[in-house]
Design a binder for this molecule. Structure first.
Ligand code: FMN
Length: 199
């Protein structure tokens, strides 16, 4: 059995819905389970802290989630063409895991939700890969053999799945985006199982 970490940040819920679909894709593969985790909001007021357990949604990620996972799907809203600060803040706290090679050789993929079609979702996906490459993870995207990647008129990129939520966050996840989320989860599970077989 391999356990895959689906780690996301979400303010309005779109990236959380994508994370849940990716987790479903993971769990559709026999021998794979998903562990959903999120990160707390951050504040410029240093004294302000979030409660230890979030009011709703996935639990906050802990370092042991990185140690115990066989692979990772990382999701963030697009913020000025980049990942959201709370997610970056989390990765900036992982220096011990970088030093000890906790994530070296584990497969990883990325996903994002953006307000607009051309508002930087691809740059967000590509830059989200950078800390994961520093951690020695094996990045993969979405191949064009996934039919939805060719047919989509909404989100979906070869760098990882995206969702276009609209400027007021009102657009639901389209059928193509849904298919690509499920496929990305399946692919993560299949790659992790193949790597576990060879280990
Ligand atoms: C500070 C901030 C910056 C944003 N920057 C972008 C951007 O560069 N491009 C874009 O298309 N959408 C941008 N958005 C919109 C979000 O990416 C979009 O609402 C996303 O769907 C939110 O995901 P969530 O529902 O998981 O919170 C921005 C939103 C905020 C609050």
């Amino acid at each position: 059995m391999v356990e895959l970490l689906v780690l996301y940040y979400s303010t309005h819920g779109a990236t959380r819905q994508m994370a849940q679909l990716i987790a479903r894709g993971i769990e559709s593969v026999p021998g794979a389970t998903a562990r959903l985790r999120t990160v707390p909001r951050i504040s410029t007021v240093c004294e302000a802290t979030e409660p230890g357990i979030p009011d709703s949604g996935a639990p906050y990620v802990e370092i042991r989630d990185l140690q115990e996972c066989a692979g990772l799907a990382l999701g963030s809203p697009t913020r000025y063409g980049n990942m959201a600060a709370p997610m970056k803040y989390f990765w900036d706290s992982t220096i011990s895991e970088w030093l000890s090679g906790t994530l070296v050789g584990k497969p990883a993929c990325v996903f994002t939700s953006s307000g607009t079609m051309h508002g930087g979702n691809e740059s967000t996906l590509l830059t989200m890969m950078l800390p994961l490459l520093h951690h020695g993870m094996l990045l993969f995207g979405t191949p064009y053999t996934e039919a939805a990647l060719l047919s989509t008129r909404t989100g979906g990129t070869p760098y990882g799945v995206s969702h276009v939520a609209g400027t007021d966050s009102s657009l639901p996840i389209s059928e193509d985006e849904r298919q690509l989320c499920l496929a990305q989860g399946r692919r993560l599970a299949q790659i992790a199982l193949q790597l576990a077989d060879k280990a």
